[in-house]
Design a protein around this ligand. Sequence first.
Ligand SMILES: C[C@H](O)[C@H](O)[C@@H](O)C(=O)CO
Ligand SMILES: [Mn+2]
Length: 417
Amino acid sequence: MSSNQFELAKKEYEQWGINVEAAFAQLKNIPISVHCWQGDDVAGFEVNKSELSGGIDVTGNYPGKATSPEELRQDLEKALSLIPGKHRINLHAIYAETDGEAVERDQLEPKHFEKWVEWAKKHNLGLDFNPTLFSHEKAADGLTLSHPDPNIRQYWIDHCIASRKIGEYFGRELGTPCLTNIWIPDGYKDTPSDRLTPRKRLKESLDQIFSVTIDETYNLDAVESKLFGIGSESFVVGSHEFYLSYALKNNKLCLLDTGHYHPTEMVSNKLSAMLLFNEKLALHVSRPVRWDSDHVVTLDDELKEIALEIVRNGATEKVMIGLDFFDGSINRVAAWTIGTRNMIKALLFAMLMPNDHLRELQESGNYTRRLALLEEFKTYPFGAIWNEYCEQMNVPVKEQWLNDVEQYEKEVLLNRK
Ligand SMILES: C[C@H](O)[C@H](O)[C@@H](O)C(=O)CO
Ligand SMILES: [Mn+2]
């Protein structure tokens, strides 16, 4: 039953020719790739687990972290029950299930992810994938695909090839292509004396990885750049320019992580430029606070601007939206719920803007009206529309989801050993 508040709010948007129900219908079909690694602080389930490395870090020791695949899936189910829409789950190779056997990453096979696929089928979810080129003794010096040692490079090349095959398996089984994204930590703490050689090695490694043909009906490849990490402050081999060029030349997806740029450099401003030259793009939506801190995504100006760029440029099927944050200082199910609901909220907010009219105003040079409307729409009754969307999608309205999370924490998370 629609509330009075919703009907009044809807009328306000309709005055501007905005079709709220059409926005709901469109929003329902935009999947967000929810990263599994928020649930266990990027630990994974390897038998011989290494400390988190690669220049990323998780802080906080909130109780109830998932310590098994079953727990992680249970937590994901809880979060998904509070998030409107049908989404995807993004896995890393370290989430393989090997029945207590230590399997080297270059030996991973689809069978090590059978339980994830079974679960995804049951819940009608797509799966995305990432080879894990960190938290491993062969990445201990911070170098992988650009390593000077050809044996180490080969190990990681083979891991990435194995990962693409796992991605293909996901896509084939689930009937929706898997996005397999390669991110490597490679870089130097201090000023390099040669930037070209490591980049040449990375290019050659990628060429080898992608020389194995995999049907794009089932698996799409992405490459993710970075600006710096802990221990790679001065130089990162896989920089933005490197991967932008590599992706374009080799018909791969360029993945932009919103935490991987200079603090005043905005991913929202890159999308239109890149969309003119790329069929598809991928995102890791994160929230950098002073550094690539991977804070939970909030409904801030940049998130809204990213969503606007996707929506007003008709790119909802071209930009594959994934999330990438990990906060161990708060309830992890709440972290997923807050971040994913915010991403969806931002998309709805963007759909409820008079985008065509605003474009015309800009084209005709009416910048006064453009600014005035952009500002006024910030206080339009968006909340009532969002609440109705949640209601129609059978998920809790407003902060009601917190009750579910708090109960789940009491009954499940706090009882974990
Ligand atoms: C787990 C990592 O965040 C992820 O693989 C990578 O996408 C990244 O963003 C590293 O900074
Ligand atoms: Mn990322």
